[in-house]
Design a protein around this ligand. Structure first.
Ligand code: G3I
Length: 371
């Protein structure tokens, strides 16, 4: 393991020392001579990036280099969540996210915010506060402090994350969370209004995951956004997390219709957390990589046929660090097995998914920029 960096690689030539031992070194086609996703995204006039964790940027020079090379933006995987920012009431911890922002700004990358209101990564003290009827005050204090702290420096915010779950049988399809129980359905609008007050220029996004076949969820998301717009609540985009599932073909007609509706509503579509989950972790990597790539291709082809996202991010850049290996969060439990569903593998080599992103971004670049 390389020695921790005293400071961040503000300018990557600064980085010296050996690269961390290669990861899995598993077979990959060779895409190494192609321009980076960052170059393609810049030509296309959009941002491409990935979720990152501070410790990996500090401890793994090969990873830090890969982020600077392939990404034009980052999103903190956890540093902007309540559990990190305000682990106890009024005890603020901005250091991790500030460090990530200094890495971004030091390497001419942008950063987006995730997430101001979620039912996970939500500390027990705050949940107690909601039960005590202090929800509005806590929400206002949190959002005004956090959005104010980063005012003008982030490209967009996931204001509310995962508020929809039709399986919870709420008449509006809302997820049964401590926020809904404490503040009622209007908590979503409250969060957006507070974010807009704290930074009138921030691009405000509702972020959600949609599993294949969840048409009722798509409908509930659109209904939520329409209610916000009808109430003149400032909202600029819908973030679709885009956690794809390799074993299941997608209904691209439904994806395209959803993109069209979001565009028709005057909103931007954000691909916020793209990756491809698997059930089979066998050693036939060629077969797995082709399936992972096909899922990503069918999804991105559908989305990019209908709209041009301002930001496309993967949830992690390298399979060396992915929530998909964490059995607490990923049901099919890749724990300890090499996974394949991100743009770089554990050795920071470009995967077939990387090449699908390369082709998708190339398709977005204007003809004159393709040269
Ligand atoms: O940093 C602490 C460490 O100090 C401690 O020793 C360790 C003990 O378990 O926990 C570490 O924090 C973990 C954190 O990830 C950083 O690794 C938390 O326990 C763990 O709950 C947290 O999980 C994250 C999860 O969201 C919950 O916040 C995952 O990394 C992250 O990938 C996942 O991301 C979510 C998006 O925010 C929303 N969309 C779905 C996506 C995947 O679940």
């Amino acid at each position: 393991m390389v020695a921790a960096l005293a400071a961040f690689p503000q300018a990557l030539p600064f980085l010296k020392g050996s690269v961390r031992a290669a990861g899995t070194g598993l077979p990959q086609p060779d895409f190494s001579d192609l321009p980076s996703l960052r170059v393609l995204a810049e030509k296309a006039g959009i941002f491409f990036g990935a979720a990152v964790q501070l410790r990996f940027l500090q401890e793994e020079m090969d990873f830090a280099r890969a982020v600077q090379k392939e990404c034009s933006m980052i999103v903190p995987e956890g540093s902007l969540k309540w559990s990190v920012l305000q682990p106890q009431e009024n005890r603020w911890n901005f250091q991790p996210a500030d460090s990530l922002l200094s890495f971004a700004e030091g390497n001419a990358l942008k950063m987006r915010g995730h997430t101001l209101l979620w039912h996970n990564a939500f500390p027990a003290w705050a949940e107690e506060g909601l039960r005590e009827g202090r929800g509005e005050a806590l929400l206002e204090a949190h959002i005004s402090k956090v959005v104010g702290h980063y005012k003008g420096r982030l490209t967009s915010w996931d204001v509310v994350n995962e508020a929809i779950n039709p399986k919870d049988d709420h008449p509006l399809g809302l997820r049964d969370t401590p926020w809904l129980r404490a503040l009622g359905p209007d908590y979503v609008a409250k969060a957006f209004r507070l974010a807009a007050q704290a930074d009138p220029n921030a691009r405000l996004v509702y972020n959600e995951f949609i599993l294949e076949g969840e048409e009722d969820k798509r409908a509930a998301i659109l209904a939520l956004v329409r209610r916000l717009q009808d109430a003149n609540v400032p909202i600029h985009g819908v973030g679709v997390q885009s956690h794809l599932w390799a074993p299941k073909r997608q209904r691209v007609d439904k994806i395209r219709a959803f993109c069209r509706e979001i565009t028709r509503m005057g909103l931007d579509y954000y691909v916020t957390e793209l990756d491809v989950g698997e059930k089979d972790y066998g050693d036939d990597f060629e077969k797995r990589d082709l399936l992972v790539a096909e899922r990503a291709r069918e999804y991105l082809d559908a989305v990019l046929t209908e709209c041009k996202p301002k930001e496309i991010l993967t949830w992690g850049l390298s399979t060396r660090h992915s929530w998909m290996a964490d059995p607490r969060y990923f049901k099919s439990n890749a724990e300890g097995k090499p996974i394949r569903g991100l743009p770089l593998d554990g050795a920071m080599k470009r995967t077939r998914l990387w090449h699908v992103l390369y082709q998708a971004l190339s398709g977005l670049a204007p003809a004159e920029a393709k040269a």
